[in-house]
Write a protein that binds this ligand. Structure first.
Ligand code: MEV
Length: 441
């Protein structure tokens, strides 16, 4: 029987591996060998990875790929993408190439405001709280002066602190709803530090105020934390061209293709079951670049999906129109990204990804990431309304199936060649491998 372990984090890496292998796997030796095979041979690089999190026992690799030929606001980018799904980089590259000769992508940052909140409970007269807040607002700001000094030098800082009465939603619940500009930083540490100072100031000033000492009302800060919902940190990316230029696919006329694309977007707007998958395709592109550039993809995911529901029903993040013979396809997404701080100066591959992207500002990165999402969605919906996705998807998945069956390089060449003219399915690949091996016996 496995017993709970005390002080696991204090064990050495070898001891941790021994413990996990002995207690939770069937073959201690194999587990140990496998975990160590993924260690980096360069001790400095390995140490860096060990220290990103607690209890590191090995590294978990994901492919780092490049989608070239992205023309964004007349600059040509090669976009680094980190993702495990076979067809994503291929689809992004295909969409980039498609739009390269049709004017490329245009992207604009609409706004860059970040949000954080101090959540608190207050059981007194709301009017007195408003008067108290108006009095302490300058103090809230001055108490964070040392925290905001550097950010202000870079053009950022605290934008506004607002008292919000949330008692309709929850008895006695109020908040300081605060907005920030964090320039090239994602800003989580900056925002959370400011918020924690706001909460200290709020408590201190309240304890000394008449509403506490005379009226005997109470104010309890519950928590102070940034919000990953950033509906005022929005980037827009778009492509457009005359309908007759949508002429790449010989099996469908440009007008019919444009109309089917429009229909597909309308369906994703009308139907949440479809919208979730539609947006998942967008996130294939967004997450891959967010991850490659060392940003927090969970924060982006949470914020993006909340935004997709902003009108009361989960809906498509992309939009399409056909007007005066022009097909237009665009996306608007909230993206709180950073190109300084966090992993950006630590992880060697993140640094490289940012170098490949020409050391973008946070706003430039927002544009690139939104374009990756739009391109991915264009590629997915294009496949869906024409050939279906399985053809391209399974072609890319072919290599995974062959690797699963430990196909040799020679077998891979023959099988890839065979499937140029045959439909890929798991069973068809297995059959082809078996046949090949039988013939070679
Ligand atoms: C698969 O990862 C993503 C798609 O399902 C997206 C979509 O359906 O639009 C192909």
């Amino acid at each position: 029987m496995i017993t709970p372990i005390q002080g696991f984090s204090k064990l050495s890496k070898d001891e941790k591996i021994k413990w996990i292998a002995e207690n939770y796997t069937s073959n201690t030796e194999q587990t140990t060998t496998l975990l160590k095979r993924y260690w980096n041979t360069n001790n400095t690089v390995q140490k860096l990875h060990d220290e990103f999190i607690e209890n590191t026992i090995t590294n978990y690799y994901l492919p780092f790929g490049i989608a070239p030929n992205f023309l964004i606001n007349d600059t040509l980018y090669a976009i680094p993408m980190v993702i495990e799904e076979s067809s994503v980089v291929a689809a992004a590259s295909k969409a980039a190439k498609f739009w390269l000769t049709r004017g490329g992508f245009k992207a604009t940052v609409l706004n860059t405001e970040k949000v954080g909140q101090v959540h608190f409970m207050y059981d007194g007269d709301p009017k007195k709280l408003i008067a108290f807040f108006d009095k302490i607002k300058p103090i809230l700001k001055s108490d964070t002066a040392s925290l905001t000094k550097n950010m202000e030098k870079r053009g950022g800082g605290v934008l506004e602190i607002e008292l919000r009465d949330k008692t309709i939603d929850l008895k006695n619940y109020y908040q300081l709803h605060c907005t920030f500009e964090t320039q090239d930083a994602m800003g989580a540490n900056f925002i959370n530090s400011c918020l924690e100072q706001f909460s200290k100031t709020l408590k201190r000033e309240f304890e000394n105020s008449e509403i506490a000492t005379k009226d005997k009302t109470t104010l309890e800060v519950v928590m102070s934390i940034l919000s990953n919902y950033v509906p005022n940190c929005i980037v827009k990316a778009e492509v457009s061209c005359p309908i007759e230029d949508l002429n790449e696919d010989k099996n469908i006329a440009p007008k019919a293709f444009a109309e089917k694309m429009l229909r597909a977007v309308q369906i994703a707007k009308a139907e949440p079951f479809r919208a979730v998958t539609h947006n998942k395709g967008i996130m294939n592109g967004i997450d891959a670049v967010v991850l490659a550039t060392g940003n927090d993809f969970r924060a982006v995911e949470a914020g993006v999906h909340a935004y997709a529901s902003k009108d009361g029903r989960y809906s498509s993040l992309t939009h399409a129109s056909i007007e005066n013979g022009i097909f237009k396809f665009w996306i608007e997404v909230p993206l709180a990204l950073g190109t300084v701080g966090g992993l950006t100066s630590l992880h060697p591959l993140v640094k490289l990804a940012l170098e490949i992207l020409q050391k973008p500002s946070a706003q430039e990165l927002m544009k690139i990431v939104a374009v990756a999402g739009l391109a991915q969605n264009f590629a997915a919906v294009r496949s869906l309304v024409t050939t279906g996705i399985q053809e391209g998807h399974m072609k890319m998945h072919l290599m995974n199936i062959m690797n699963q069956f430990e196909a040799t390089e020679n077998e891979k060449i023959k099988i890839v060649d065979y499937f140029k003219n045959h439909t890929v399915s798991h069973s068809a690949v297995v059959e082809a491998i078996e046949k090949l091996r039988k013939n070679n016996d």
